[in-house]
Every structure is written in structure tokens, then in C-alpha cells.
Design a protein around this ligand. Sequence first.
Ligand code: DGP
Length: 112
Amino acid sequence: METIFSKIIRHEIPAEIVFQDELVTAFRDISPQAPTHILIVPNKLIPTINDVTVQDEATLGHMVTVAAKIAKQEGVDESGYRLIMNCNSDAGQEVFHIHMHLLGGKKLGNIV
Ligand code: DGP
């Protein structure tokens, strides 16, 4: 089932999109947890990491390449940043369209 992210990808509702191509869309999180907080989302709806298939590997790899490009664009590539993907309830996944959080611009606490 579609989420709000599909509407953002199709530009049907507003979001501050910082990057978009045929595979992924990246936009600022509505509730930022760090000075830089961007979500990198595949254009194709994949509800959770559990639903990823071999056919999605290029897209998932591209999400990391795009994350590195955005980190540079945001000026956090040298200071450092964190990439997070939450899966299901114990991880706190709220939107069931996979996304990678890019967090940076401050010292991030250790979680692992
Ligand atoms: P997660 O807990 O990993 O599913 O993270 C979902 C993130 O999505 C959360 O940090 C807030 C963000 N978010 C939810 N709805 C919207 C929205 O409509 N616009 C934007 N820009 N971000 C949203």
C-alpha cells in the first residue's frame, strides 16, 4: 500500500527535495533529529527491508552513492554522518516505504 512518500516522489505533496533521479528521491525529514536530516527513498515502493529482492540491489547500492553525494553537498562529508534504515516495530519504522536516514551536522550519540 502506498505511503505519503509515493506522493512526495510524484511531487503531489510538498517536500524539500534535494536530489531526484530515475531510481531514488531524497528530501529533508519533516522532523529533523540533526542539523542535516535527509531521507533517501527508492522511487519504487518497497515496504520494508524484508521485501528487498535481488532485483533491487542496484537501487539499494545507488541509495548509498546518492547519500555520499548529498553528504558532500550538505558539507558533512568530512565531519561525519550516519546512515540508518529502520525495519519494523522494534527499530521504530513508521513509514512503510523503505528509506535511509542521513544524519549529520552534530556529534551523534553512539547506538552501536
Ligand atoms: P522511520 O521511523 O524510519 O519510518 O522514519 C520516518 C521518517 O519520515 C520520520 O523521521 C519522519 C519522516 N516523515 C514522515 N512523514 C513525512 C512527510 O510527510 N514529509 C517528510 N519530509 N518527512 C516525513
